[in-house]
Design a protein around this ligand. Structure first.
Ligand SMILES: *Cc1c(COP(=O)(O)O)cnc(C)c1O
Length: 258
């Protein structure tokens, strides 16, 4: 069994190789360590190795870990699982980014609950293209203290269980733009599960094309796509964020805290 430190090195080197193969700038792809259904101790261990961004699927579990890990000043927790409107109240204040925004109704609920500043400045996600938090407008694209959100799109259509439809994207983005405490930084997708890394490629390319049709990288710099199995094709298609769980923490054997 290798340690989390060793696995982190391996995943970071996979990312670096994929960046090079795609002709991308080194460091242009950031890693979200998906810690769902893993104990807080795993996050602590990865944090000690310099990892700062972690992905959680369930609101209760994210809140619990935020509490257990509040002594880690630069920890950023990302919600990557479906958010129900009745859970919005519980997540605000613990989360650095919501990657699973999928409806106008959710935007309306967040607008009611998120106060400025939405995130502790030490825990703020600096959007791709910015080098420091002072380097506006890429920090939350001109809304520096707003909560960064990604709109999750089900680019594969019917086969996908999560995300909005491509046709709904414009309306959701317009709704976010109208809320001072929220900032739309990009798009996220979770393609239908298969064990063939190449099967997701058209969906990754689809997400990128959708982004290009809605203002391009200047408006939506982040593309969150690619997991343990398929981070290479995702990076080739333009991912700026990959979400990796199994390759870092091993198989998940315990249920989540829902
Ligand atoms: C679990 C999960 C991941 C990580 O998947 P692995 O295959 O374990 O790397 C990434 N994104 C989302 C939305 C997930 O639910």
């Amino acid at each position: 069994m290798s340690t989390i430190a060793e696995r982190l090195l391996k995943v970071r080197s996979r990312i670096a190789q994929a960046e090079a193969a795609a002709g991308r700038t080194p460091g242009s792809v950031r890693l979200i360590a998906v810690s769902k259904r893993m104990p807080s101790g795993c996050i602590r261990e990865a944090y000690a190795c310099g990892q700062r961004d972690f992905g959680e699927n369930y609101v209760q579990e994210l809140r619990l870990k935020a509490e257990e890990l509040k002594d880690l000043p630069e920890l950023r927790l990302h919600l990557i699982g479906h958010l129900q409107t009745n859970k919005v109240r519980s997540i605000v204040g613990s989360v650095s980014m919501i990657q699973s925004l999928d409806s106008v109704r959710l935007v309306e609920e967040l607008a009611k609950r998120v106060q400025l500043p939405a995130v502790d400045p030490r825990r703020i996600w600096v959007c791709s293209g910015a080098t420091t938090p002072a380097n506006a407008p890429a920090v939350g694209l001109g809304k520096p203290s707003a909560l960064p959100v990604l709109v999750e799109v089900g680019v594969a259509g019917e086969a996908q269980k999560s995300g909005c439809k491509s046709e709904e994207l414009a309306e959701i983005l317009a709704a976010v733009d109208a809320v001072p405490s929220l900032c739309a930084c990009g798009l996220m997708t979770v393609p239908p599960f298969t064990d063939d890394p190449d099967s997701a490629r058209p969906h990754f390319e689809g997400l990128r094309a959708l982004r290009d049709a809605h203002g391009g990288a200047a408006r939506l710099p982040e593309l969150s796509m690619g997991m343990t199995l398929d981070l290479e094709p995702a990076i080739l298609a333009g991912a700026t964020i990959v979400r990796v769980g199994t390759a870092l923490f091993g198989e998940r054997t315990t249920p989540g805290v829902k």
